[in-house]
Design a protein around this ligand. Structure first.
Ligand code: PMP
Length: 453
């Protein structure tokens, strides 16, 4: 009864992010009620393994009392402090210091936001400010990558390169340029790593020439493209691109909103790739989704140019909730949990997850399996040799998501027929095995569905 009345209230009042409004009105909401570890329970009591950690964010898993305690302690002592001007809180200062200590290279300066979109947006503002301060205001053109996702803010959504985020919104802006994704499974140059890297370098060089070498301000990349369908560039790709950007005097921004905080193994994927970006954005795993928070890591070099450029004037960028002390207290506790065993468990679970997903390659629908650590994608096709995508008209993502849900598994099903996996790092062997078994069952049901073939 309760669930039914909630469904009606939801239908009447709640606008859902990234949903078909009319489709959702027909379908109705699925209400989650509680969660522990890697298991979520819906309002009807149905239990599911959360193979997607909420929205690739609950890296630590659900139900950590120590996180709840950290938030409660901070709320009792000081629930809010502005970071504006020269004010601050101990939690935010300690968090900045702890993160700088663990960041790649000289990314020693932290700017806290409420999530990933405003972290990306902040970098756009900082990039402009940086080039103005350097006396090169004409460097105002930005490049990102097809299938990339950099949030849903008015400006950042134009760096995103997914059709639904542009159509009807007047995006992208004419200063937002794209190069093709390295996408090994569907790259016209084939799957060889060196060839893909060479091709990306050529297209980036050509794009820089086309825009004008003295016009390009910054280049944005995710170490692994998440929302575009968990696209894993070859190892070395991001370093080669970063080196080219530096050679051309272009700022390189790594968007680690998904890949940060143990998702691919280490605390930051950039460390794995041995690169130091000029700025790096994070969110999601920073607080493990318990409260909202994101951050921009800024290099000392970029910071100094901005600081010197501003002189005694205020750099006019800030939010009421920048460096929120409750979020910071949660992030400090989550960091302890990562380093107290979660990263290690995530590494072990990631090996089991990837091996399990690889074992699905024998399934007639599985065209590609890719991933790193606890971040993986399985691309479905109707013809493996021709790599034929599932027919879009059958809305396979919707059907696959629904079936997986009924089978007790939360995954992400991307519209092009890619299954996304990002389970909490706390997963046990049994939970990883359940993810694989339930995926196979879902695939068998999909294979038997005449509309999807
Ligand atoms: N960048 C990347 C790489 C992301 O994956 C996301 C969110 N999925 C964002 C930015 C935006 O973050 P948020 O949803 O917290 O605004």
């Amino acid at each position: 009864m309760l669930a039914n009345s909630l469904i009606e209230l939801d239908r009447a009042h709640l606008i859902h992010p990234v949903a078909s409004y009319r489709g959702h009105e027909r379908q109705g909401v699925r209400v989650l009620k509680s969660a522990r570890g890697a298991t979520v329970t819906d309002a009807s009591g149905h239990q599911l393994v959360d193979g997607f950690a909420g929205l690739w964010c609950v890296n630590a898993g659900y139900g950590h009392e120590s996180i709840v305690e950290a938030a409660a302690r901070q709320m009792r002592e000081l629930p809010y402090a502005t970071g504006y001007f020269d004010l601050g809180s101990e939690a935010a200062i300690r968090l900045a210091a702890e993160l700088a200590d663990r960041a790649p290279g000289d990314l020693n300066r932290l700017y806290f936001t409420l999530g990933g979109s405003d972290a990306v947006d902040s970098t756009i503002r900082f990039v402009h400010y940086y080039w103005h301060a350097k006396g090169q205001p004409k460097r105002d053109q930005f490049i990102s990558i097809q299938q990339g996702y950099h949030g849903s803010s008015t400006v950042g959504a134009g760096l995103t390169a997914l059709p639904a985020f542009h159509a009807g919104f007047g995006l992208p802006f004419d200063w937002q340029h794209k190069i093709p994704s390295p996408y090994p499974y569907r790259n016209p140059v084939g799957e060889d790593a060196a060839t893909i890297i060479d091709a990306s370098l050529s297209t980036l060089k050509a794009k820089i020439e086309e825009i004008g070498p003295d016009r390009v301000a910054a280049f944005y990349a995710e170490p692994i493209q998440g929302s575009g369908g968990v696209i894993v560039p070859p190892k070395g790709w991001i370093k080669a691109i970063r080196d080219l950007c530096h050679h051309c005097g272009i700022l390189f921004i790594a968007d680690e909103v998904i890949t940060g905080f143990g998702r691919t193994g280490p605390l930051f994927a950039c460390a794995d790739e041995d690169i130091v970006p000029d700025m790096m954005t994070v969110a999601k795993g920073l607080t493990s989704g318990y409260v909202p928070m994101g951050a921009v890591f800024m290099s000392d070099g970029v910071y100094d140019v901005i600081a010197d450029g501003a002189g005694e004037a205020a750099v006019g960028h800030g939010y009421t909730y920048s460096a929120h002390p409750v979020s910071a207290a949660v992030a400090l506790e989550v960091l302890k949990l990562y380093e107290g065993g979660l990263l290690e468990n995530g590494h072990k679970a990631g090996v089991r997850l990837m091996a399990g997903l690889e074992s699905l390659r024998d399934h007639p629908l599985v065209g590609d399996v890719r991933g790193r650590g606890m971040l993986a994608g399985v691309e479905l096709v109707t013809d493996k040799a021709k790599k034929t995508p599932l027919p879009a008209a059958a809305m396979p993502a919707r059907r696959i998501f629904d079936r997986a849900w009924d089978n007790g598994l939360v995954i992400r099903a991307f519209p092009q027929g890619v299954l996304g996996y990002a389970p909490p790092l706390c997963c046990t062997d049994a939970e990883i095995d359940a993810i694989i078994e339930r995926t196979r069952k879902t695939l068998d049901q999909t294979l038997a569905d005449p509309d999807v073939r």
